[in-house]
Design a protein around this ligand. Structure first.
Ligand SMILES: *Cc1c(COP(=O)(O)O)cnc(C)c1O
Length: 374
């Protein structure tokens, strides 16, 4: 059997061990400690925001962002439609109602025109949550302007886009609240973890309070609010500090992977790479393609051909408005016809984008894909 090629697996560099060792040496294995504080500071500095809270998962950060935005029973939240379910599930944790907003063609992310239309139909949503899909920035300035014109907080799900830049600014820093994930296959990983960032220091402090069981400042264990166990451990934060040092290297490698695919597939008119906006620099977390619907080759053909050669690939996220669990939720698109997200889902797939992919690995993958089109 050929060597397994992964979609996107953890890539450690040794630096991580040093911080873990330090935590062991000082017995700060748990709960909080220096690594947690430093990881928060280092990530905030990288992203260019003032405050950050290290949490157990990106999903936990999204949940606390929903709470900070005041989402409660029956409240409408406008959500990216083409995304991973984790972006939108926390709305339900607070008994809110997701209204899904279609994507645009240029970045596959939330369409500002569809968002405007959503505001016409639902003038008083509690929040907007948007994703930068696969590490590609959305039309962040436009969407931020629409949100501030309506005085609705924007929650930016930058779980996949750490290090991506839009108009000179880091993704995750556009919303009132930004969210990052360090899950196993993200561009940097701590095995599992997340971060909530904001310019609002009080909000981040409140998130830390909720994340540590909402303990009132009293000697006795006293609680005036429901709390959660959402904090990151000091060991996990140590891995994060080490990984952060390699983030730029990972972005460089991911970009090279994207460019290699782009050049290789330039000769096949039926294949298009996932697009990105002028003025944006993605982190190229996953390289994706779409295949022309007129082609006799389908994305499933490509996935199966790769799987036969022990190569991992993945379908595009299935849009939220197509999910059985959200069958009753509203969906807003600019015009009738097939939604943009649905077309990307049906015609697209994610190609192996592992930082450790070698030139030979890339040749193998490209050879198999191209072979289907001759
Ligand atoms: C991974 C991911 C999340 C969730 O992060 P976890 O750390 O796994 O909880 C949220 N949104 C998107 C778009 C993701 O890809």
């Amino acid at each position: 059997m050929n060597k397994r090629i992964y979609l996107s697996s953890p890539t450690m560099h040794g630096e991580e061990q040093r911080y873990i060792q330090e935590a062991f040496d000082t017995n700060w294995v748990a709960p909080l400690g220096k690594n947690v504080n430093e990881f928060e500071k280092e990530l905030a500095a990288y992203v260019g925001v003032s405050h950050a809270a290290a949490l157990s998962a990106g999903t936990a950060a999204l949940h606390l962002a929903m709470k900070l935005a005041g989402v409660g029973e029956g409240d409408v939240v406008f959500c990216s439609d083409l995304t991973f379910a984790a972006t939108v599930n926390p709305v339900s944790y607070e008994k809110g109602v997701q209204v899904f907003v279609d994507s645009e063609e240029e970045s596959w992310n939330m369409d500002p025109k569809a968002l405007e239309k959503a505001f016409e139909k639902y003038p008083n949503p509690k929040a907007v949550v948007l994703v930068n899909l696969y590490g590609t920035p959305a039309k962040l300035d436009e969407i931020r302007e629409i949100c501030s014109a309506h005085q609705v907080p924007l929650i930016e799900d930058a779980a996949e886009s750490l290090g991506a830049v839009y108009h000179g600014k880091q993704t995750g820093s556009f919303g009132k609240y930004g969210v990052f994930s360090f899950n196993g296959n993200k561009i940097i990983t701590t095995s599992g973890g997340g971060m909530l960032v904001s310019e609002d220091g009080e909000a981040v402090e409140k998130a830390r309070f909720w994340a540590t069981q909402s303990r009132d400042p009293a000697r006795h264990y006293q609680h005036s609010e429901i709390g959660y166990n959402y904090r990151m451990s000091n060991i996990v934060a140590g891995i994060g500090r080490g990984q952060l040092k390699s983030l730029d290297l990972h972005i460089q490698k991911k970009k090279a992977i994207y460019e290699t695919y782009r050049q290789a597939f330039a000769s096949i008119p039926e294949i298009r790479m996932n697009p990105y906006l002028p003025g944006s620099t993605p982190n190229f977390w996953l390289s994706c393609i779409t295949i022309d619907p007129a082609s006799r080759v389908t994305p499933l053909d490509v996935m199966e051909a790769l799987e036969r050669e022990n190569i991992e690939s993945r379908p595009i996220w299935k849009p939220m408005h197509m999910q059985p669990v959200f069958a009753k939720n509203d969906f807003i698109q600019v015009t009738g016809g097939a939604p943009v997200g649905e077309r990307v889902f049906e015609r697209g797939l994610c190609l192996p984008s592992d930082v450790k992919n070698t030139e030979e690995d890339m040749d193998r993958i490209i050879g198999i894909v191209k072979g289907l089109f001759v």
